[in-house]
Ligand binder design. Structure first.
Ligand code: GP9
Ligand code: MN
Length: 620
């Protein structure tokens, strides 16, 4: 051991320093000892790996390598600290190239520095000094093969332990790429940067190989599928403010339903009676959950099969609803009382050309008004309306609720219906939080009315994705009074509420519409209601009011639903009976389902909308 003490010392110093920085310079939330332990060991694998190369070097090179590597790594750490002081976020490669962000930082970089920052380089200074003074610890003895082997095997093993522990804390950590804080907490800041580089280069390559001819094919397909808008409704909400609500984890099965004899969504049930309500509307999200729903709603593109497009392709060019509406004088804003970097929203919203993002720091959040994931929905809406009042009109806004999120925590004082009784704690607790969100929506509409923001608006509400996963099928079957949940039922359970409410219009002539549809259809539908022609745009959805809108929706896993059939897990089902039928019934739609997803993926991976945007510019 003695021979390699200098290498190990460098690792030890940087390791402890990194951990100290985690604890003092970043605000990383730790909820258990296990998380603390993961955080503690997380920098180690990377450091052992990098400094391990020193074992193969000659004396002079080795010492120089150790000091330089130690300096570079310390610098990366320090750069993150500086960045965090300004943005409360960690550096990502795209962010590094976002000139506006960096411009902000550039001006104030010296202001952000503190004298005590010398601490970040103390170990480097110490190592450098030791090399110069030829302190005995730095004396060189070549590493034996056996030691090198043992060293790297240990490093690898440690890496697996770290990853394994992280995976139990946060399943699918790498594929879902949650919050950066989550990645750093579990993988360590250095591995996080490596991961970020891999993500970046992969999408860069696909982008680089793409050319504008790929877009032409897709445009032809889209043009061929374009539907004439409904004449009566085209422009019916022209010039109105747009208010969109993302209802967390809300599935359609709770609408007009009861738990222990009590109505679960009394407000929505009434609201639906004054609105257009779509009862065959499906979510089409993948691993990106809420963010995928946002992506679908505002781009009419499919999210990705793996990963969250908000993370993997946040710097693509899009042509999202906020950007389109800008040309019609709209101001756009999102309201969500969570960390702004969650789902990489801060970056993605810029690409979608949002004017303003009201996030966690814009809200007054206390112990009392929070539960589970954060600010409760009622105070969220109350505080949001205060911000909303200040916006220029007409505005296009999106409100993202949070209380009805797994694990569906709620204080006793907020429970308006009892829990259900089954073997699934998750399903049992789902009903009171749904009921609470329903109440919050009621408060929201009341406040809008009080502030005079209701009459001249169009209000759209959608369930973002399922709340109860297949893991709870036994309890779900019990609740629905079925023997079991078949794959057919599973698809049917992916229906989420979709409501369009236009004061002065839908209250006079409400309608329940049973057209098979999905989140992908929201963008063209809304734009038509606002009187905006979409025939030149790239979108995979169709206006839900169009007379020739097909009864057809593709889910992100490739399942699809038509007027009469459901296709899932390589099986075709008859919708009337729920029974398996011959695959030939589903055959005619299979190609279309595959084609849609493939074309949409091509757009995202190739960043093809940049060619579209260029076309549009040339036309002007
Ligand atoms: C977090 C919220 C929940 O900001 O949108 O995300 P989810 O886990 O539902 O995707
Ligand atoms: Mn969600």
């Amino acid at each position: 051991m003695k021979n390699y003490r200098f290498v190990l010392l460098a690792v030890l110093l940087l390791w402890l320093k990194t951990y100290l920085v985690y604890k003092n310079s970043f605000d990383i939330k730790i909820e258990s000892w296990k998380q603390e332990f993961i955080l503690f060991i997380s920098p180690l694998t990377f450091l052992l790996f990098v400094f391990g190369f020193a074992l193969f070097m000659s004396e002079k090179r080795r010492n120089r390598y150790i000091v330089i590597a130690s300096f570079i790594i310390s610098f990366i750490l320090y750069a993150n600290v500086m960045f965090y002081r300004f943005f409360s976020d960690f550096i990502t490669i795209p962010v590094l190239f976002q000139t506006s962000n960096m411009g902000d930082l550039g001006n104030s970089i010296f202001e952000l520095m503190r004298f005590s920052d010398v601490f970040f380089f103390l170990d480097v200074i110490l190592l450098g000094w030791m090399v110069r003074k030829k302190v005995s610890l730095t004396h060189y003895v070549p590493a034996t093969k056996r030691f090198c082997l043992a060293y790297f095997v240990t490093t690898l093993a440690l890496g697996f332990v770290n990853l394994g522990l992280a995976e139990t804390e946060r399943p699918q950590l790498l594929t879902r790429t949650f919050d950066r804080e989550m990645l750093i907490k579990n993988l360590g800041i250095y591995n996080y940067h490596v991961y970020d580089i891999i993500l970046q280069s992969r999408s860069k390559a696909q982008r680089a190989l793409a050319d504008s001819s790929e877009l032409a094919d897709i445009q032809n397909y889209i043009n061929a599928n374009e539907k004439e808008p409904n004449e009566q409704l085209f422009g019916i909400a022209k010039g109105r403010n747009v208010i969109i609500v993302s209802m967390e984890s809300l599935q359609s099965f709770v609408i007009n339903n009861t738990v222990e004899g009590q109505e679960i969504t009394p407000f929505l049930n009434e609201f639906i009676k004054q609105s257009y309500y779509f009862d065959q509307f499906y979510h089409q999200t993948g691993q990106g959950k809420t963010s995928d729903a946002e992506f679908l709603i505002e781009n009419s593109l499919y999210p990705l099969g793996r990963g969250a497009v908000f993370f993997t392709h946040a710097t693509n060019e899009y042509n999202a609803t906020p950007e389109i509406l800008k040309n019609y004088g709209y101001y756009s804003a999102v309201f969500h009382a969570n960390n702004k970097s969650f789902w990489n929203r801060d970056v993605m919203y810029q690409s979608m050309k949002y004017d303003r993002f009201f996030s966690m720091t814009d809200y007054d959040i206390t112990e009392e008004n929070s539960v589970g994931w954060g600010l409760k929905d009622i105070p969220f809406f109350e505080q949001s309306v205060q911000h909303l009042k200040t916006l220029p009109q007409p505005f296009y806004t999106k409100f993202i609720t949070l209380t009805n999120h797994f694990p569906f925590e709620l204080g006793e004082e907020d429970k308006m219906v009892p829990e259900y009784t089954s073997n699934s704690r998750t399903l049992n607790r789902y009903f009171p939080t749904v009921r609470y969100m329903d109440e919050a929506l009621k408060v929201f509409i009341e406040r809008l009315k009080e502030e005079g923001l209701y009459e001249n608006s169009i209000i759209i509400m959608y369930g973002d994705h399922y709340g109860i996963s297949e893991n709870h099928n036994r309890a779900m079957a019990q609740y629905l009074g079925k023997d079991e949940i078949t794959p057919f039922d599973q698809v049917q359970l992916q229906r989420v509420p979709f409501i369009i409410h236009i004061p002065g219009v839908t209250d006079k002539q409400p309608k329940v519409i049973s057209k098979v549809s999905g989140q992908i259809d929201v963008k063209p539908t809304l734009l038509h209601l606002l009187g905006i022609d979409t025939s030149n745009q790239i979108h995979f959805g169709a206006d839900l009011f169009s007379k020739d809108k097909l009864d057809f929706v593709v889910l992100r896993d490739g399942s699809f639903v038509t007027k009469d059939y459901v296709y899932t897990k390589n099986t075709c089902y008859d919708k009337k009976t729920g029974m398996e039928i011959d695959a030939s019934h589903c055959e005619p739609y299979m190609e279309k389902a595959r084609q849609e997803l493939e074309y949409s993926d091509k757009i995202v991976y190739g960043d093809l909308l940049r060619f579209y945007n260029r076309q549009q510019e040339n036309r002007q």
